[in-house]
Design a protein around this ligand. Structure first.
Ligand code: TRP
Length: 457
């Protein structure tokens, strides 16, 4: 079922397809979530497991999603229904929509923080303190009763207006400039950070694995981070793939996206950890990690030329906010498309419901870090619960079911047709890919879960 493509993203060119998918994938997941998850789970060993998950599970699942999307020509809420009419599989699509909606809610809170940091660096408040000072500054902001909510609202509105305008022109055009700019800045900052005094400790933390600390929590977290960062396992990329034309080469897009995404994540680690160790910020500081480390990086790296520190910090937060925006758009698009199709709503109306709903989730999760700190579950705030539940449970379950669907429920020739663009491309690894979808991914993810809930020794 296709619907009015004029008001939605449509990616004519091959580059457009890569940019859109990479725009969705590269975001706060790489620059904010990856460093703090790495810090929480001991460093290098986590990264090794993360990379294994990207290659063995992430790439095949991304291809599987592309297959579902392009084959069905439908957004994820409908795709399973189109491919397997009347079956229970449609619930996998619905679950994906719900996952994306919940992620959108708390993700936008952090996206709002990036706006605060654009503002603070713009007015010149982000300098002249030590790490403890920046920590206190962040804490004051995070627990403020309405400041974070204000930025959350602004960010939701930005996403909303792009969604209702259609993303055809804008995203493709500015992604072409923004992504390379962000990349160059990240490289530059990583170089600066590595040169700080005492940075070696941070580099060792990142690259010298200690597998003795690995437990199932570490593995689940690494797998969840891989799925989160690649935007897979909830139908985001399958929705985008429903706009791919027959020329788009899946293998090429998947490799480019996974490559860019992983590189940005590792480089973010190279900015954060050398600097954090250099000035004594705890690597396991949690979600605030980058917000207290980055100001130190700018300040220390450019202390000889303060104006550069100023310019780079403003530029960095602007680019970070834009990277977050291309991701929130992709999350919003899935839910909006779902409501639009399912309830036959106008696109604007559907988008309004989603924006308001996600804003409410954002408000609750934001307040749970401040005045509602006590409210939560098992020592976690509502914000933490949402993050845990979506990234570490719903995404892996979504990935498992996606693998089973494409591996077992779709005809092998269809899957091969999509991967090889109807026999026009050479696909020597098809056998391995299909094997992973049928056996390795479902069994692997399944075993990790069984172990986690204690059913497996
Ligand atoms: N991948 C994005 C990031 O790294 C976030 C994101 C966008 C996402 N779409 C998603 C995460 C779908 C999970 C599922 O910032």
């Amino acid at each position: 079922m296709r619907y009015d493509s004029s008001s939605r993203a449509s990616f004519g060119s091959k580059l457009g397809a890569i940019l859109a998918a990479a725009g969705s994938a590269v975001g706060l997941g790489n620059i904010w979530r990856f460093p703090y998850e790495t810090g929480n789970h001991g460093g290098a060993a986590f990264i090794v497991i993360y990379m294994v998950c990207v290659v063995l599970l992430g790439l095949p699942l991304m291809l599987a999603e592309f297959t579902i999307g392009r084959r069905s020509h439908a957004s994820t809420g409908q795709a399973f229904e189109v491919l397997r009419p009347g079956s229970l599989w449609r619930w996998v699509g619905y679950m994906g929509v719900l996952t994306g909606f919940l992620i959108l809610g708390y993700y936008s809170v952090v996206a709002g923080w990036t706006l605060e940091y654009i503002y603070q660096s713009g007015v010149g408040n982000l300098h002249g303190m030590d790490a403890a000072g920046y920590d206190a500054q962040f804490a004051a902001f995070e627990t403020h009763p309405f400041r974070p909510l204000l930025w959350l609202g602004v960010f939701m509105l930005l996403t909303h207006f792009i969604i209702i305008r259609g993303v055809k022109e804008g995203i493709e055009r500015y992604s072409k400039i923004m992504m390379p700019a962000l990349f160059i800045l990240i490289m530059l900052l990583a170089c600066c950070s590595i040169l700080l005094p005492g940075a070696e400790k941070g580099i060792r933390f990142l690259f010298q694995p200690d597998f003795t600390k690995v437990n199932t929590q570490v593995i689940i977290s690494a797998m969840g981070q891989a799925f989160f960062s690649l935007s897979i396992a909830m139908g985001c990329l399958s929705t985008y793939a429903s706009y791919f034309d027959q020329q788009v080469k899946f293998g090429h897009v998947a490799l480019s996206v996974a490559g860019i995404d992983s590189l940005v994540a590792i480089l973010s680690g190279l900015i954060i950890f050398p600097a954090a160790f250099s000035v004594g910020i705890q690597p396991d500081s949690g979600p605030k990690l980058i917000f207290i480390t980055l100001p130190v990086v700018f300040q220390e790296a450019f202390h000889a030329v303060p104006v550069l520190a100023y310019l780079f910090s403003v530029a960095f937060y602007v680019l970070l906010a834009l990277a977050a925006l291309t991701s929130t758009i992709s999350l919003h698009e899935v839910s909006t498309a779902f409501l639009q199709e399912k309830l036959k709503l106008r696109r604007v109306t559907a988008a309004r419901f989603i924006t308001m709903g996600a804003f409410l989730i954002g408000v609750v999760s934001s307040l749970s870090l401040g005045i509602w700190k006590g409210v939560g579950w098992g020592g976690m705030t509502i914000f933490d619960c949402l993050d845990y539940f979506t990234a570490k449970i719903m995404l892996p379950v979504g990935g498992l079911l996606t693998a089973i669907f494409v591996g077992w429920m779709m005809q092998r020739v269809w899957v091969k047709d999509e991967l090889s663009n109807y026999g026009t491309l050479h696909t020597p690894y098809f056998g391995v890919y299909h094997f992973i979808l049928r056996y390795l991914a479902p069994i692997g993810i399944g075993l990790i879960f069984l172990k986690e809930i204690g059913l497996l020794g």
